[in-house]
Design a protein around this ligand. Sequence first.
Ligand SMILES: [Zn+2]
Length: 259
Amino acid sequence: MPSSTSTGLDNQLDELIDQLSQLPTFSIGRRADNAITVSDGKVSGQHARLIQCTPTTFVLEDLSSKNGTFVNGVRITRKVVDKQDSIQLAGTTFTIAQLLDMKQVAPSTPATPAFTKEFSKEPPAHQTSLDFTSQFAELQRVFEQYPKLRKNCRNREKMIRTGSVILSSVIGISTALSSSNGSATPVLQLMSSAGLSMLVPTLCSTLLSTEEKLEVIDKEYREQYRCPNPSCRDPFSGREWEVLALQKTCRRCQAIWVN
Ligand SMILES: [Zn+2]
């Protein structure tokens, strides 16, 4: 229900999302002034850069390096990559995790990665029963958010509006605003537990093309929309949440989705 008060808060939320959409970017090269320094004579002074889209997904861009940037053996100029990909800079091969470990701790860089949980998704609490009803219920949001995000990511203004609606419905406007407190990290941590809405800042970013945004949405959807049992993780792909809910249990692992 719109009121004059909520409009003011909405505007603040829009500004917050706009601020969050400045994605952390890491320059990579041989020179010491890069965020990630690679001491390999064949690597260019300024070789490539990584733009962080989610805790685990990045855009890797070659900066006209002399000896090239390769992903899984194929030379690229720009590509969406994740932790499974093998990245080759000139003659040396890395994973994303290895590159990030080489990150300089530069106090002059204000943009500490907004996503603090890089690769450290805490392991799910030890679960003795096959009761996954609460985790399954959360997937309804993921299923419903997916087409909305795909549709709205083409339009930044609309995306920011969608983002503030999701943000306020999922974690509450006042929580979002009070926890932001000058820093993006707490909000992103809250959002990371809120289905695909964790992608909103990324989808508002001007650093990514629409195609890249769609790829990031698909990746995250495939990652999240699965049987919630960690030892199963059967992908649901396009199957409607309501149909799965009627099925009540996982045929593969017998996890209970709905009581
Ligand atoms: Zn299962």
